[in-house]
Design a protein around this ligand. Structure first.
Ligand code: HEC
Ligand code: HEC
Length: 239
């Protein structure tokens, strides 16, 4: 929970600091194929929910409210959290009409959303971050916990890799989503990020996938190679 917040905060900070992520997003709209493939993991429950809640669920009322919420949260994970933190969304207080308009705008900007997911998503956001949602109460995290979430960990068992092998591997397996310069497209920017120095977490993200990121089967040695390459990349200085 708080790990996600720290990560998301970094994503937003990078986006704001460089303006590059936002630019890449506009150019890097996911292809239909990618979103369908990726949807297999992230969207399985979301689209199942979309049909039930958008159809019968809407009239069924209270009984379906819980289902709508659970599905909505999954849709948010898949379509919104690559660019925003959960907290940023939870702080909004918008009417259903405003949520609908915002979601439409985010789709234009690159949110990976199936048309079937729009209605349950707007219902979820209107219920959890609507005008009647009351005052937003921020979660607290200690400075120690926050630092622990982004500090470097030992690389083992991931072996030291080879930059020359890592670059083509990155271009083959990752660049389609993260951009050929690794500075973000459908996937987030990977340059100069703390997770590059948390090799075990990095490996499990790759193998389990996350949100719209499909799990990848890479050996420890291959992950070491990709890491070695990514660690050589630097963002250009801000102008
Ligand atoms: C590809 C990146 C990206 C994705 C994915 C994305 N957004 Fe955004 N969103 C942005 C950016 C960039 C802004 C900043 C807009 C600005 O500065 O006005 C923004 C702004 C917002 C705002 C602030 C109000 C506004 O209209 O500017 C809300 C609320 C929001 N997004 C909700 C969502 C929701 C809900 C989703 C998931 C359906 C989502 N976003 C997915 C990039 C994204
Ligand atoms: C199908 C598109 C896709 C592919 C292919 C892909 N990614 Fe991702 N990746 C994403 C998206 C989208 C996210 C953001 C997921 C989220 O948090 O919702 C992400 C997140 C990540 C993260 C998470 C960082 C953190 O916050 O901890 C890492 C690390 C990462 N990708 C590395 C890789 C590497 C390395 C490869 C190649 C082996 C790869 N990805 C391939 C789409 C992709």
């Amino acid at each position: 929970m708080s790990a996600r917040r720290a990560r998301a905060a970094v994503v937003v900070a990078v986006a704001l600091a460089s303006g590059v992520v936002a630019g890449a997003m506009l150019l890097g709209c996911p292809s239909k194929n990618e979103s369908e493939k990726a949807g297999a993991s992230a969207g399985a429950s979301a689209s199942a929910g979309a049909s039930s809640s958008a159809g019968a669920g809407a009239e069924a009322g209270a009984a379906s409210a819980a289902a709508v919420s659970a599905d909505g949260r999954e849709i948010v994970r898949g379509a919104c959290l690559s660019c925003h933190s959960e907290q940023m969304l939870a702080q909004q207080r918008l009417t259903p009409a405003q949520w609908s308009k915002t979601v439409g705008k985010m789709v234009v900007w690159g949110a990976n959303l199936d048309p079937k997911e729009v209605e349950p998503l707007v219902a979820y956001l209107s219920a959890t971050s609507g005008v009647d949602a009351g005052a937003y109460v921020a979660d607290e995290v200690s400075a120690k916990e926050a630092v622990a979430e982004i500090s470097a960990t030992p690389d083992a068992p991931i072996p030291a890799g080879d930059v020359e092998r890592g670059k083509p591997l990155f271009l083959d397996k990752c660049a389609g989503c993260h951009g050929s310069d690794a500075r973000g497209a459908t996937g987030i920017a990977l340059v100069d990020r703390p997770f590059l120095y948390r090799a075990s977490d990095f490996a499990s993200t790759i193998r389990r996938g996350r949100g719209k990121m499909i799990p990848q089967t890479l050996s420890d040695a291959q992950i070491g190679d990709v890491l070695a390459y990514l660690r050589t990349l630097r963002n250009p200085p801000l102008r």
